[in-house]
Design a protein around this ligand. Sequence first.
Ligand code: FEO
Ligand code: CA
Ligand code: CA
Length: 636
Amino acid sequence: MAKDFSTMEDSNRSSNPTIHEISDPARRIVLLGGGGAALAAALGPLAGCAVAPAPAPAARPTLGFASVPPSRADHVVVPPGYRVDVIAPWGEPVGVPGAMPAWRPDAGNSAAEQALQLGMHHDAIHYVALEGSRRGLLVINHEYTDDGLLHPGGMQPWTAEKVAKSQAAHGLSVIEVAFDGTRWQLVRPSRYARRFTATTPFAVAGPAAGHALMKTAADPAGRRVLGTLNNCAAGLTPWGTVLSGEENWNGYFFPADQPTAHERRWGIRKNHWYRWHEHDPRFDTVRHPNEPNRFGWIVEVDPLDPTSTPVKRTALGRATHEGAWVALTKDGRAVVYSGEDAAFEYIYKFVSRDRMRPGGAKANATLLDHGTLYVARFDADGRGRWLPLQHGTGPLTGDRGFADQGEVVIKARQAADLLGGTKMDRPEWLAIDQASRWVYCTLTNNAARGGEGRPGVDAANPRARNTMGHIIRWREDGDFDGETFEWNHLVLAGDPANERAEAKGNVVGDAFACPDGLAFDPQGLLWVQTDIGNRALNQGEFARLGNNAMLACDLATGEMRRFLTGPVGCEITGVSWTPDGRTMFVDVQHPGESPGERSDPQDPQRHSSWPDHREGGRPRSATLVIRREDGGVIGT
Ligand code: FEO
Ligand code: CA
Ligand code: CA
């Protein structure tokens, strides 16, 4: 999701006693070597687990495609020798048996119909194999809605039915797909087909379950929440489930004229994007002050069990979570990395107390409920430390406002403030190299850094007015549960030194800005997706970069090469592969969006008509299927 910097005044203004030393950025940008295997390749399945084994990387992967140039076209461009198809746009029925309402191009589907169709604004996507690389499930996040497009008349008038449809277009979809030797197609009906929406019941697990701050009139036990919101990025677990992040949930809640200090710290304010509270009072925090505490969690869904209850995993901490990604220690404990995509917020990790067990999701149903949560501190000397968010440790005591561990995880931001975590330039996706233990994180941008009253640069976030973003990486001392680490930068995006013709010591390759999506493919190539979303960013220094794009990085040589450009106004976000690396699924979000504005229902195709390009239609977020025409491995 693109963010408008002008709306971020509630972000973390306070100044932690952390690093403000300005280091020479070039000192910590490395030429890369020996990237090793990707997490996806390294995490083989346990018995009963649905994650298909991926081949171990053979030789070092190399980039084997021709770079595509920046584009302003209203279609998707991929290199010669590749084919791209649209498979799952917003509004297609997911395939629930006996309930498959057809898509109406005028957005005339009802809320009840939308709840059986793919939601709006696709983000993360994961392929979960049913039959290797020929048949599987796609689990897709639907981050947010553009209510100007979602209803035939936009938001005029604003009604309870429109609120219900907006809520039904949020959440996640599970769809079944199969390859017939030539093309991938949806399998409908499918017993796996499912929607999770903003009204689906979720169980609450971990230290915040049943906490006083989680109790509401509708849920006096504080253990059952209706819905998930703003699901952005996601990680596949080694036990076959998907962890999905609730990101900008604060924008759905409407507070009093004077929000509480807790609400202000979490960015809950009146000038927000959504107006659900006008017809659904649980989004009015005056009437339901604890309802916001029930969002901002990592949710776990089991796509292989259509009857399973999804769970909010509160031990992983509350945040405006981009997503969550899992590594395993050598002895089988789960280490979950996550970041909070907001200016001057934090990077976290959770280390489970217990070991993963054979038996898939059911055998690991409480694995993420017990363990230790940490926030990252990046020091100026290239070292770092994980600081535990543990009740009773350091400042996290009752007299500082933390009655118990439940309150620590609910107020994770406030706890991280006290601990002195490093305030980052909007952490988005993470990607884990299980073999080498390097963990990568995109820091998409932070134009506010160095501004008046805001934190200045530090070694990990070395650029004031960081409009272009960067990618940081770290490696734990010992195993993934290490409490100290080394770190450096993979790349400062937008640096002219990245241009192929002028390569000088930085990562070499095609220019890009605002890295967001990040993932290793089964061969070990690192893929980067961009989100240059702000209106100002599409001008001036950004104009030459064109529409948002996707690049591959060969970590062995350090080269970044542009592979795909999206249609006008879109964000490229979400990528997954079949285990053989021969099919890639990519999501295109919000084609035609003019940042900061809802689309005009009277002129819905003003900026884009992708993918249908039909009169009277609407631009639609959609999943792409990409294959090589010769059926070979993608990217190499
Ligand atoms: Fe939903 Fe931070 O992107
Ligand atoms: Ca983004
Ligand atoms: Ca994102």
